[in-house]
Design a protein around this ligand. Structure first.
Ligand code: TLP
Length: 346
């Protein structure tokens, strides 16, 4: 049976062009800075984000941790959203490995933090307090329906951070989805940002890897942190070759994923017992709630849907998520909607 895998955009497979580029990549030892393909990818990522330098790393989780540990020393505090990936899904590595204290604020529905609340959370100089050092935003915001944070908000957050001597890090795992959705340049979203991490291996379809971008000094420190985390790779050009294709050929097509997500959201909104406002869906992530009385408990719903060849994931007692990506075409969306209808009716 054909599988329609909507669990995540991380399931995208490399394209044929990526595989060819990987097979033919010119490589060297990247810990010595001698891998020409990694160097090309890093130059490209820095250019595209408007930062001085970039660093190729193994994953989004590693990228975020490297950024936190490059900005903060042990005992420093970072302010971040209570729905952020860093806070919820990164095993508390900030504290466990980085010794960084998390001050969480409620994410608003659109993924932003209330900047007045951020300002109130910044600590004064007091021997009892940790030092406020870092503000973290997520763009797009995964758990807030993949919402994009717009350039005005990003600029306001950056001004606030600067006025109070804080660094601003953006977990931009899906920053290209944000830029495509808002029809703006990634550079415009990141103007006042000190560091950005983004993933090559989600909608952009590379098999492995994330980028960290920032100033030259910051990246020098990030390179040290990557090494202590065991992330210094050797002939990594084999992976970077796919990353170059991800950045040069895969960005514009993200719009198609957003369109599919929108059609899917509008489709499921028609079903009694599924709770979603399709207007909340702007990029490729569709969160929705299921009424366990009218339909089925979420776990059973996911299981029954999987029996029909459609995979989604449960991310809360009644909360489900479907993500569109390159391996999903328009007919898959229709098939997924038909399968959901059948499960509801059965
Ligand atoms: N997100 C994954 C899961 O971990 C939930 C997904 O399927 O969405 N930042 C954000 C905003 C992310 O969504 C993710 C991955 C990461 C960082 C971590 O990236 P990886 O998986 O490369 O460590």
């Amino acid at each position: 049976m054909k599988k329609i895998d909507l669990r995540s955009d991380t399931v995208t497979l490399p394209t044929r062009g990526m595989r060819e580029a990987m097979a033919n990549a010119e490589v060297g030892d990247d810990v010595f800075g001698e891998d020409p393909t990694v160097n090309r990818l890093e130059t490209l990522a820095a250019e595209m984000t408007g930062k001085e330098k970039a660093l190729f790393v193994a994953s989004g989780t590693m990228a975020n941790l490297i950024c936190q540990m490059s900005h903060c020393t042990r005992g420093d505090e970072m302010i971040l959203g209570d729905q952020s990936h860093i806070f919820i899904y990164e095993q508390g590595g900030s504290a466990a490995i980085g010794g960084i204290h998390s001050r969480t604020l409620a994410n608003q529905k659109d993924g932003t933090l209330d900047l007045n609340e951020v300002e109130s959370a910044i600590r004064g100089d007091n021997i009892h307090f940790p030092r406020s050092r870092l503000l973290v935003l997520e763009n797009t915001h995964n758990r807030c329906n993949g919402s994009p944070l717009d350039p005005d908000y990003m600029a306001a957050a950056s001004r606030l951070a600067k006025n109070h001597g804080l660094f601003l890090h953006v977990d931009g795992a899906r920053i290209f989805n944000a830029a495509v959705c808002l029809r703006t340049g990634v550079k415009d979203l990141l103007k006042g940002v000190d560091s950005i991490s983004f993933c090559l291996s989600k909608g952009l379809s590379a098999p492995v890897g994330s980028m960290v971008c920032g100033s030259s000094d910051f990246i020098q420190q990030a390179r040290r942190v990557r090494k202590v985390l065991g992330g210094g790779m050797r002939q990594a050009g084999i992976l970077a070759a796919a990353g170059i294709i991800a950045l040069t050929q895969m960005v514009d097509r993200l719009e198609e994923d957003h369109e599919h997500a929108r059609i899917f959201a509008e489709g499921i909104a028609e079903f009694d017992g599924i709770i979603i406002n399709p207007d909340d869906i702007q990029t490729n992530i569709v969160f929705f709630d299921i009424d366990p009385i009218k339909i089925l408990p979420a776990e059973a719903f996911v299981r029954k849907l999987e029996e029909k060849g459609v995979r989604i994931i449960q991310l809360g007692p009644c909360r489900l998520r479907a993500v569109t990506h390159r391996m999903i075409d328009r007919s898959d969306i229709d098939e997924a909607l038909t399968a959901i209808k059948k499960v509801i009716e059965s």
